[in-house]
Ligand binder design. Structure first.
Ligand code: ATP
Ligand code: MG
Ligand code: MG
Length: 573
């Protein structure tokens, strides 16, 4: 409960409560330097649901203090993804909206003797932090700091010639308290505020002040930030501002994917995937195109839960969530992904009609009719020349049932090509089997003399071969769960979560783990009920999985299908 914030000073808390009426206020603060991924879905889920639970509200705040990496395109995509996930921010703000206010507060900080203009370069800063020795400019007079800071703002220095540093504690055990950078010079126009500024506030300076200015009650972040909490509290306290409660929880890691925008960018730029929305990507856009629903993604986040222990969640858990969401709502159809022809030698008379339920467990979903002629197609994997223990499907000389038709197929003979591959099965059909078949297989047929409709089907597999990426292991070693393991004392200013890993020597080793078979494209025979459907349409292809129509179409104008997830087959399938 917000009024239980024992950290905030009573008089500041009282003011805060007047402004917020005591409701919970959270924020989701993405940096617009890429598209949102599953990790963000978890963070959103937590922030939005926590506020909602206590009748509060949530800010969507673009953490846009790094003008180089940020793009309007990302900002728009993020807004879109947040809405698609079903979240409704009470306010959409940008850290850059606060640049004037943040500048005023920096001047105030200098006046309070808590910040100074420093001319050390990166290596000197790093060394000073390692040796815990003060910058030679640490004790210059307030007046001089005020003048030089204004000079920084007015473009009188080149990039790197001056920075504003917080006067924290160079002797601190916590490297993230050794005079962090508050402002640096960058002659880069900002995507949101144009070229108004040549100095930009750092993450550590901005984040806590934004939280305080927005009256955030609970500032939820990932564990990598634990050591930065001391600086967070220091700054709001020194400025006499209301102090939000900071809570850390572990970062979401999922097997077989990477959850870091910096890595995902490399997959896109290196053309290892078709884009941010490639259906193999763990981005919100990728998942959406793959056929995931916001319900399934949020369900996954809830199941993962909020903890403080390092975790690596099985990708299969995400798959189970989408299966459960689609199971009852999605119609079914028969599609043969890898067809082999079956010709009935005893077929007589007209084509037949077979009526198929749209959902086997829900008669209210209706039925559709299929043609059944003297030729059908079945999956190559549903036929074998020789018997195999436990294999209940079609074997030469044996029989199997045909789903929905109830007919029995007896495989009598095969035709082979020059290399000995089976090209056709010659079979006899039994319309009213004497006893119930042990197993049923799916099939596709068409009016006699024609072939079934085709469709391009994209079958996806794991993006990375290993469940646990080397990079994940490295990261795990780097950040102990207690957060007490000191990260290298150097470069603490510019470091953000997930970014350290790139500094590792074998930084692109993880790319070698990409699964070369993560996409397989096949031409399938589809049942006529789904030959002509629109983008976003979902169907369960019996025994083959849940599929969704992609927004791309083939050159013949036919739909392209993405496999969202396989179905779990029972033993007799
Ligand atoms: P990335 O490393 O992918 O760039 P980030 O944390 O730098 O992630 P931000 O845009 O800063 O990306 O993240 C916005 C919010 O989402 C932050 O509060 C962050 O803690 C949270 N977040 C990002 N990734 C994860 C994750 N894997 N698990 C949980 N929360 C995450
Ligand atoms: Mg970040
Ligand atoms: Mg990042």
């Amino acid at each position: 409960e917000p009024h239980e914030n024992k950290q905030a000073k009573p008089e500041l808390l009282a003011e805060h409560l007047k402004r917020t009426n005591g409701v919970v206020v959270t924020r989701f603060p993405p940096e617009p330097n890429g598209f949102l991924h599953l990790g963000h879905a978890k963070s959103m889920n937590l922030n939005f649901s926590y506020a909602k639970k206590f009748n509060g509200y949530t800010y969507l705040r673009f953490d846009d203090t790094n003008p180089e990496a940020e793009k309007i395109e990302y900002i728009n995509a993020i807004k879109d993804d947040v809405a698609w996930m079903g979240h409704k921010p009470a306010h959409v703000t940008h850290a850059s909206e606060y640049f004037d206010k943040l500048y005023e507060l920096a001047v105030e900080l200098i006046k309070r003797g808590k910040a100074y203009v420093c001319h050390q370069v990166a290596d000197e800063i790093k060394k000073g932090r390692q040796d815990r020795t003060d910058s030679p400019w640490r004790d210059r007079p307030v007046e001089e700091n005020l003048r030089l800071f204004e000079d920084m703002k007015n473009g009188k220095f080149k990039e790197g010639e001056a920075i504003l540093r917080m006067k924290q504690d160079m002797k601190s055990e916590n490297p993230v308290m050794r005079d962090l950078i508050a402002y640096r010079i960058k002659y880069t126009p900002h995507p949101h505020v144009g070229d108004k500024w040549v100095i930009y506030p750092s993450y550590d300076y901005t984040h806590c002040l934004n939280d305080s200015l927005e009256d955030i009650t609970h500032s939820l972040c990932t564990l990598e930030f634990e050591r930065r909490r001391e600086s967070y509290n220091w700054l709001v306290d020194v400025l006499g501002l209301y102090r939000p409660l900071v809570w850390e929880c572990s970062r979401l890691n999922v097997t077989h994917v990477v959850l870091s925008k910096r890595k995902l960018i490399k997959l896109v730029d290196g053309k290892f995937v078709s884009g941010w929305d490639d259906p193999r990507m763990p981005t919100i856009r990728g998942l959406r195109r793959r056929g995931y629903t916001p319900t399934a993604i949020n369900d996954f986040c809830n199941r993962v839960g909020v903890t403080r222990t390092e975790n690596l969640i099985a990708y299969e858990m995400l798959e189970q969530c989408i299966r459960e969401d689609l199971d009852l709502s999605v119609h079914r159809a028969m599609v043969v992904l890898d067809p082999i022809k079956v010709t009935f030698t005893n077929f007589t008379g007209e084509d037949r009609k077979v009526t198929v339920p749209n959902h086997p467990r829900d008669p209210t979903k209706g039925t559709h009719d299929l043609v059944f002629s003297n030729v059908i197609y079945i999956e190559r994997a549903d036929f074998r020349l020789e018997e195999l223990k436990g294999y209940k499907r079609l074997v030469l000389g044996k029989s199997v049932g045909l789903s929905h038709a109830g007919f029995l197929v007896h495989a009598k003979d095969v035709k082979k090509d020059g290399e000995g591959n089976v090209t056709e099965i010659l079979a006899e059909i039994e319309y009213q089997p004497a006893k119930k078949p042990a197993a049923f297989i799916h099939w596709v047929s068409a009016k006699s003399g024609t072939t079934p409709a085709t469709a391009e089907v994209r079958l996806y597999d794991k993006l990375f071969k290993s469940p646990t990426l080397a990079a994940y292991k490295e990261e795990k070693n780097k950040w102990s769960t207690s957060g007490k393991t000191a990260a290298p004392a150097e470069d603490v200013d510019e470091v953000e979560e997930g970014e350290e890993e790139d500094k590792a020597e074998d930084k692109d080793k993880w790319l070698a783990d990409l699964n070369p078979d993560s996409l397989k494209i096949v031409t399938a025979y589809v049942d006529e009920s789904i030959a002509d459907v629109k983008e976003g349409h979902r169907v369960q292809f019996e025994r083959n999985g849940y599929f969704v129509v992609d927004r791309e179409v083939t050159s013949e104008g036919r739909p392209v299908w993405n496999r969202t997830v396989k179905v779990i087959l029972s033993k007799c399938d």
